[in-house]
Design a binder for this molecule. Structure first.
Ligand code: C2E
Ligand code: CA
Ligand code: CA
Length: 678
């Protein structure tokens, strides 16, 4: 209509309601249209509304006022005054206010504002929700969180700290325990801050709380898990160290003995295999609970049972004398030897235990050494037939010092390069083929001459040194092997590995690293020789069997050394990770005269055939032994009758010269068995 067109400023000739509408935010258009319609129809003389209009591509809030300043005879507007005011800033402030109000209402955290006297001015719904009190009950009161009951000393102390922090820094943050209205105890994370008011003299306090009861429960659970074994709820290895240190301190102070006992179940693995892991777990839990009840508790001292891992436990028993310690150990073993019901459908299972103990302060050592001594004693207990205990015998002080010196000497020998490997061939006595060499450690002692391994290896007590020597042997043997392969020689090298070395959690990784030093993969030509008893113990020790498994994954083979001397029920052998059985030289030595030993040799050979292992006879000294072994079906032999251990530099030549076992011996060789090396 003309009325509208008259409104248009000269600079914008085309101003009509339509061009206006085009500049208004789509969401505000309907409101403007409605206002125009009201004015246009004469129903209203004044309309005011806020709308967003575009200015340089951004929307800004305007207040539009439409005012009829002249009407026609029909009452409809003839002239209209339209004004626009910029209200962006006011809008911003309002928006912010709305936002904070909304935040206050919807915040997840509980929020409470008090005046300077701590009387509640306002609390948000989350606050009333967290503590279960109505807002109306709070307003005007001093909240209990800020003024705890006078009889709660801990809470009062905490509030005192809170107020001093508030005075000094203007804020405090911490955890508070508070009872909800329904009586349940909650843990709150609270922050309280002093906020200046409108006038300088006044201030408010703002309290922000969140309910962290659940998180704290989780955190405490994790802390407990860090100290306790999850399955049995016994202290774990981490906590054991501090318990042991504590026990030693108390023993020193009060003058009694602590029996540090290392305990390992015999044949636990078959239980797992036969009844499943859940049943194995049940057994461990039952065992832990028997331990708990078997332990003595006094006012100043309680015996301790801890679980290291798998079926290995440590006990700390207080005793007034060695005899009392023995009695305590026997009592524990008796309690543990009662049959266990692991499967309701099956008969209870009898489980025996091997225990090794050392007595502090008779064995005055640091905690780690004590545990190692107990561990050694436990291995002795296993070795001597299991189901019993062995007390570590701390040698007399002099002997001990001599031993420490000897150990230092061995360390120096290693550093000075006085250790060396000799190699003894393993040959196929039927075909005359050289199948491998066994590396045998020697110490070229500057004054005592060449020492065999039993003259020094058993003296190494320190695991660190033992590992260094063992690693040296492995790396040296791999060096030689690599050289022989480069020279076109094709045979395997056997390396003896002690069970203590093989028990190290990084054994396989270390071996892999040593192999990786060489250009090509030597693993298939390496055979680790482990004494049978250690390999059987591996069945009980998760770390050893894991290490053996990892080594086999590398492609390394295993031979069971001194086979036949350990007590190995058939069902164990079935699962043994062995490729070769080495018949102990004792049987080979006696088999010609002793039918029983010959029977054992025959048994081992047929066992190897059944399980698909190869078999090697040790200690072949005479042609008669070689012949009988061939008759019994064992083709591979090793022994002084074939060759004494050689220097590495002699090996290649020996292999080239070897013509088989039964060639006519050179004059002077004596017994008719070819001895071309050594
Ligand atoms: P083993 O593994 O049974 O090694 C065979 C031992 O028998 C060697 O003694 C060898 O010299 C000896 N022997 C060889 N042929 C004959 C024979 O015809 N008759 C008799 N009676 N004996 C023979 P050695 O070198 O003194 O080694 C003794 C033990 O020391 C080895 O027994 C092995 O268990 C251990 N050992 C050797 N080298 C190492 C090593 O590098 N590391 C570890 N951990 N142990 C080693
Ligand atoms: Ca061996
Ligand atoms: Ca052997």
């Amino acid at each position: 209509s003309t009325a509208w067109r008259a409104l248009a400023p000269a600079s914008e000739p085309a101003w009509t309601p339509a061009t206006w509408l085009a500049q208004v935010h789509p969401d505000d258009r309907a409101a403007l249209e409605a206002a125009i319609a009201l004015i246009d129809s004469g129903q209203s003389g004044r309309q005011q509304l806020e709308l967003r209009m575009r200015r340089e591509a951004v929307w800004r809030w305007r207040q539009a006022t439409l005012l009829v300043i002249e009407r026609g005879a029909d009452g409809r507007p003839a002239r209209i005054l339209a004004t626009l005011a910029d209200v962006e800033e006011r809008h911003d402030a309002l928006e912010r206010q709305r936002l904070s109000a909304s935040l206050f209402q919807h915040l997840h955290e509980g929020l409470l504002v008090t005046d300077a006297e701590l009387r509640v001015l306002e609390a948000n719904p989350a606050y009333t929700e967290i503590l279960g009190v109505a807002r109306e009950e709070l307003i005007g009161t001093v909240p209990s969180l800020l003024s705890p009951a006078p009889d709660d000393a801990r809470a009062r102390q905490q509030r005192a700290e809170m107020w001093s922090a508030l005075r000094e820094r203007g804020s405090w943050r911490g955890e508070l325990d508070e009872r909800r209205a329904d009586g349940s105890l909650r843990t709150l994370q609270a922050t309280i801050s002093t906020v200046p008011g409108a006038e300088r003299s006044t201030h408010h306090h703002v309290l922000v709380i969140s309910d962290i009861t659940e998180q704290r429960r989780q955190r405490e659970l994790l802390e407990r898990q860090a100290l306790f074994d999850e399955l049995t709820r016994l202290p774990n290895r981490a906590q054991l160290s501090s318990l042991l240190a504590e026990a030693m301190e108390v023993a020193d102070r009060d003058g009694f003995l602590v029996a540090v006992c290392y305990l390992d179940l015999d044949h636990f693995k078959p239980v797992n295999d036969r009844f499943g892991h859940a049943a194995g777990d049940r057994l461990l839990v039952e065992l832990a609970s028997r331990l708990r009840t078997a332990l003595r508790r006094r006012e100043q001292w309680a015996d301790v049972a801890a679980r290291l891992h798998g079926d290995e436990f440590v006990l700390l028993l207080r005793a007034g004398s060695i005899d009392e310690a023995r009695r305590a150990i026997v009592r524990v073993l008796r309690v543990l030897s009662q049959p266990y019901l692991v499967d309701p459908a099956a008969d209870p299972v009898a489980i025996t235990t091997s225990l090794g103990a050392t007595l502090y302060p008779l064995d005055r050592q640091d905690p780690d050494t004590l545990l190692r001594h107990a561990d050694h004693a436990m291995y002795e207990a296993k070795q001597s037939g299991r189901n019993g205990y062995v007390l570590f015998d701390p040698a007399s002080r002099l002997e001990r010092e001599a031993q420490v010196m000897a150990q230092d000497e061995i360390e120096q020998a290693l550093e000075r390069g006085e250790l060396m490997l000799r190699y003894q061939p393993k040959v196929d006595m039927r075909s005359g083929r050289v199948v491998g060499f066994e590396a045998l450690l020697r110490w070229e002692h500057p004054t005592k001459g060449e020492l065999p391994p039993h003259a020094f290896l058993p003296r190494i007590e320190d695991d660190g040194l033992l590992v260094r020597v063992g690693d040296w042997v492995l790396s040296q043997a791999l060096e030689h092997l690599a050289q022989w392969r480069r020279d076109g020689l094709d045979f395997a090298v056997g390396v003896n590995v002690s069970s203590r070395h093989l028990r190290r959690a990084d054994f396989a990784a270390q071996l892999a690293a040593l192999i990786a030093r060489h250009g090509h993969d030597l693993a298939p030509y390496l055979e680790l020789e482990v004494v049978e008893t250690a390999a059987i113990a591996a069945e009980d020790s998760p770390t050893t069997s894991a290490q053996m498994k990892q080594c086999r994954e590398l492609g390394v083979r295993f031979a069971l050394d001194d086979f036949g001397t350990g007590y190995s029920p058939l069902r164990y052998l079935k699962d043994l990770p062995a490729d070769t059985l080495k018949i102990d030289r004792g049987f080979v030595h006696n088999m010609l005269d002793d039918a029983q030993d010959r029977g054992i040799v025959e048994g081992i050979i047929s066992l190897a055939r059944t399980f698909g292992c190869s078999v090697v006879a040790e200690g072949v000294e005479t042609p008669a032994q070689a012949r009988m072994l061939l008759d019994l079906g064992c083709d591979i032999g090793q022994g002084t009758g074939i060759a004494s251990p050689l220097r590495a530099s002699q090996v290649a030549q020996w292999v080239r010269d070897f013509r088989g076992v039964f060639v006519i011996a050179p004059a002077g060789a004596g017994d008719g068995l070819a001895r071309l090396g050594g």
